[in-house]
Design a binder for this molecule. Structure first.
Ligand code: KG4
Ligand code: ZN
Length: 346
């Protein structure tokens, strides 16, 4: 396997992702073939504190990143010399955490002479859909729901996005995490609510579905979170027992209904026949089932990454970087971490 910057040879990208609490590296061939996808999750460490502690995340990334990169190269059977380029998430995310990945990627790029490509984290999440769906091409509508973002995005072309809706307050994943904490499930909340919701009655408690004025595609989840907290306080004051399963199922239903309604509205208004979901919350089984049903009923192709490509990983960064690479986009040695990087900005 030989590689040059030009020509038709295989494009092998080493991708690095350290924007939050996963230390990850992957080798991706020609954009959609994942040769390795190594993820060191710090979840156990942060669980002790009920959420991600930025300083601890940065320190752990420093400790783990070289080992994770070595494993990714080894599993892929690729040497540093054989790489075409090095890609890294440079925002948005926790600044200290991002800096670890950016610094290491720069070092590898400098030492090997391979080009460096800075990637937007959300672009990575969206691109995760390309990994297992070889037939998927833009344009399509994508709902990105993670711990930090809830965006409705028109993917016009590779690397070309229009955000048509966003959250006004909490992200969907943030709401999952806060509600999980309130009902005593602990961190990380999303997967725990997903699990116990299966045992509960989604119609046990009615929680409000927030409508926001101004933009019909925008979301708001802080009111829902407050409604759950008020319900829990009310129960405690009345000495009523709280059924974790029912509250989880009812909360999850409220989130899903809003996400499905907004997303399907966008798909039909914009006249698309392809719809994808991305981000950590996209691994929610209830959400996937709801979209599966809605899309089938409307004749829309529904795409979703496997759960391992929904939550933070480096393979999705390698996929996004491939399309940037093809366009000739390269980053310089002045690449910096940008904690609030906007989608579509460079
Ligand atoms: O995309 P991600 O790994 O990191 C960010 O970029 O934020 O998303 C993490 C978020 C967390 O809030 C987590 O609770 C949520 O995704 N999440 C889920 C599930 N798995 C992860 N939320 C609902 N159901 C799940 N199964
Ligand atoms: Zn993420």
């Amino acid at each position: 396997m030989r590689n040059t910057e030009a020509g038709n040879e295989d494009v092998l990208i080493l991708a690095i992702e350290t924007s939050c609490d996963e230390t990850a590296a992957a080798v991706v061939k020609n954009g959609r073939e994942v040769l390795s996808n190594i993820i060191f999750s710090q979840i156990d460490l942060h669980t002790l504190y009920g959420g991600v502690v930025p300083e601890i995340a940065s320190r752990k990334h420093i400790e783990k990143i070289n080992q994770v990169i070595r494993e990714a190269l080894k599993e892929a059977g690729v040497t540093l010399k054989e790489l075409t380029a090095v890609a890294v998430t440079y925002g948005p995310g926790l600044v200290g955490a991002l800096l670890v990945g950016v610094s290491v990627a720069k070092a590898v790029s400098f030492a090997t002479g391979k080009p460096l490509i800075g990637v937007h984290h959300i672009e990575g999440h969206i691109s995760a859909n390309f990994i297992e769906n070889p037939e998927l091409e833009p344009p399509f509508v994508c709902l990105v729901v993670s711990g930090g973002h809830s965006h409705l995005v028109i993917v016009k072309d590779y690397g070309e996005y229009e955000i048509i809706g966003r959250t006004r307050d909490d992200a969907a994943g943030e709401a999952f995490d806060k509600v999980a904490r309130a009902i005593g499930l602990g961190y990380p909340g999303g997967p725990k609510i997903d699990k116990v919701a299966k045992l509960g009655n989604p119609d046990a408690v009615y929680f409000p579905r927030a409508k926001v004025g101004g933009n019909e595609y925008d979301f708001s989840f802080s009111g829902l979170k407050s409604a759950v907290l008020n319900y829990l306080n009310g129960c405690r004051m009345k000495g009523q027992e709280i059924c974790q399963e029912d509250v989880a199922a009812s909360f999850q239903k409220a989130v899903i209904e809003v996400l499905v309604e907004h997303a399907m509205h966008a798909v039909s208004e914009y006249g698309f026949h392809k719809f994808a979901i991305a981000g950590g919350v996209a691994s929610n089984s209830g959400l996937r089932a709801a979209f599966e049903m809605e899309c089938a009923g409307r004749g829309i192709e529904f795409y979703h990454p496997s759960p391992i490509y929904c939550t933070d990983n480096a393979a999705m960064i390698g996929t996004a970087a491939y399309y940037e690479y093809k366009k000739g986009i390269r980053s310089g040695m002045d690449l910096n971490a940008v904690p609030n990087l906007k989608l579509g900005e460079r």
